[in-house]
Design a protein around this ligand. Structure first.
Ligand code: BES
Ligand code: ZN
Ligand code: ZN
Length: 494
């Protein structure tokens, strides 16, 4: 569902609003509002209410001058950066109540920051925190849950309308693409099948400038995508392979997304609990669509290709069995010892195709291993790859975008764990799953374009278990902001 909050920019506060938002700096002489003359700052009042003025501390002031205000602490203001501005936007949105609110912006954004990006971060925080997925809630439930967030129109009041507007536009584009990626993931697997993913992506990319090519199950067979066929064999839902193209040109950046619309584990069936969130297993695919849509809307110039294998992983009489051998697109044979390690099988085909495109860089995103959640938790994605410049560039872009990546190694001496008795490679590592994220990464490396490839294991941060900051419980759209930042920031890769 599109974000249901209209953000506008004006030089004066519209009359008749419900609440206003302000920032309060802590100074040696007490508190100072970012804009003076709007509210009375009675020191005694503030201190009695235990308002510290620490970053993010919220204080509700009742209608003093006729209008209720929400004040948010900015600390001394010296540490405000892109990251904290995004958090600030989210906190403010969560603190404001009423349909029509105004936020005074002058004086909040430090001069040392790129003004457009800083405004974009702040407004991204506001917009993403307002995201809800409510299409399956009946009205009675919706009404009961309202109150936490009911802002419909938010006016940013500033003396610099023109320069602020371009930042707001960037935030709207990015947030709407993150929201779309979240929607694809939040939609139940019963409806979000490979075919439905195809039609949703087509609809969203309509007249965006992104070209979309679909391979159906017949074409997938003639194109020899053995991994995709092997995983989808147990399902009644036919697979799809989507190629997205933005701008023609040699040496594109290729983005690959794991699209398992539901991961039951196949014959190596998951437990009931392990399956509960497995509609999330197409988050990599959703992030790739969101990123290309965003790049197109931001008028990015360079060539970018998205490769998205889509399957449902189910057990049945026709399912791939443990011990079966598949032949991937590049001719390598894979012994499937565990049908629950299915992501790497479909990525093997997609990465083989990436090689054929002679890319400048290839980045895959996948909810690939539970081991990565154990290692890094639900806020940090693992990043692996054979190109330190690319990996470092991604880590830095993620920091600016407010997402977290942590590098894991891909040592050659673990490669033997995926040696197969009868085929070129097997799809699981050592017994007990030791180093499970790394063996998965080493498996992908066998198929990826050499030298300029990175793999993001987003199994943890693809979902949130809390409503907090820019996240709502459920899908996060992780990866879209990092990739957009990485691809649009100049000199990020050769
Ligand atoms: N989709 C899962 C990984 C996953 C687990 C994502 C938890 C998000 C949360 C993946 O297909 C999988 O099942 N991997 C197995 C690999 C194992 C069989 C080698 C795993 O992690 O247990
Ligand atoms: Zn699995
Ligand atoms: Zn999976």
């Amino acid at each position: 569902m599109p974000i249901d909050l209209n953000v506008s920019v004006q030089s004066r506060e519209p009359a008749g609003g419900d609440q206003i938002g302000l920032g309060l700096f802590r100074t040696s002489k007490g508190f100072r509002a970012n804009v003076s003359g709007i509210v009375d700052l009675d020191e005694l009042y503030l201190s009695r209410r235990n308002f510290s003025g620490d970053f993010g501390d919220v204080l509700n002031l009742p209608a003093l001058n006729g209008q209720a205000a929400v004040c948010i602490g900015l600390g001394e203001g010296t540490k405000l950066d892109y990251l904290s501005l995004r958090t600030l936007g989210a906190k403010l949105l969560r603190a404001l109540h009423g349909e029509n609110c105004a936020v005074y912006l002058d004086g909040i954004i430090p001069k040392r920051l790129d003004q457009k990006k800083a405004v974009a971060s702040f407004v991204e925080g506001i917009l993403l925190a307002s995201y809800r997925f409510e299409k399956y809630k009946s009205k009675v439930n919706l009404d009961r849950n309202k109150g936490s967030n009911q802002v419909k129109n938010l006016c940013l009041v500033t003396s610099q309308v023109q320069s602020i507007k371009s930042g707001v536009e960037r935030a709207k584009v990015i947030s709407s693409c993150v929201a779309f990626a979240r929607d694809l993931v939040n939609e139940p697997a019963g409806t979000m099948t490979p075919k439905n993913f195809e039609s949703s992506a087509k609809e969203f990319l309509k007249s965006s400038g992104v070209e979309i090519e679909i391979w159906d199950e017949k074409k997938i067979a003639t194109e020899r995508l053995g991994g995709v066929i092997g995983v989808s064999k147990g399902s009644n839902e036919p697979p799809r392979f989507i190629t997205l193209r933005l701008n023609k040109g040699k040496a594109p950046v290729v983005l690959v997304g794991k699209g398992v619309t539901f991961d039951s584990g196949g014959l190596s069936l998951k437990s009931a609990g392990g399956m509960e969130t497995m509609k999330t297993d197409m988050s990599g695919a959703a992030a790739v669509v969101g990123t290309l849509a965003c790049l197109a809307r931001l008028k990015h110039k360079g060539p970018v290709v998205g490769l998205i294998p889509l399957v449902e992983n189910m057990p049945s009489g026709s399912a791939t069995k443990p011990g079966d051998v598949l032949v991937a697109r590049n001719g390598k044979t894979i012994e499937v010892l565990n049908t629950d390690a299915e992501g790497r099988l479909i990525l093997a085909d997609a990465l083989s195709i990436a090689c054929e495109l002679e890319p400048a860089a290839t980045i895959d995103l996948a909810t690939l291993t539970g081991a990565c959640v154990v290692a890094l938790g639900d806020k940090i994605a693992g990043v692996m790859g054979d190109d330190t410049r690319l990996v470092d560039g991604l880590i830095k872009s993620a920091q600016r975008a407010g997402e977290d990546l942590w590098r894991l190694p891909l040592p050659d001496f673990y490669r033997k764990h995926i040696d197969s008795e009868i085929a070129d490679i097997k799809n699981v590592g050592s017994p007990g799953g030791a180093g499970g994220s790394i063996t998965a990464g080493l498996f992908l490396k066998e198929f990826a374009p050499p030298n300029h490839w990175a793999h993001l294991d987003i199994a943890g941060p693809a979902r949130s278990t809390v409503d907090e900051g820019v996240l709502q419980k459920g899908a996060t759209g992780f990866g879209v902001r990092t990739l957009v930042e990485f691809i649009t920031s100049s000199g990020a890769f050769r």
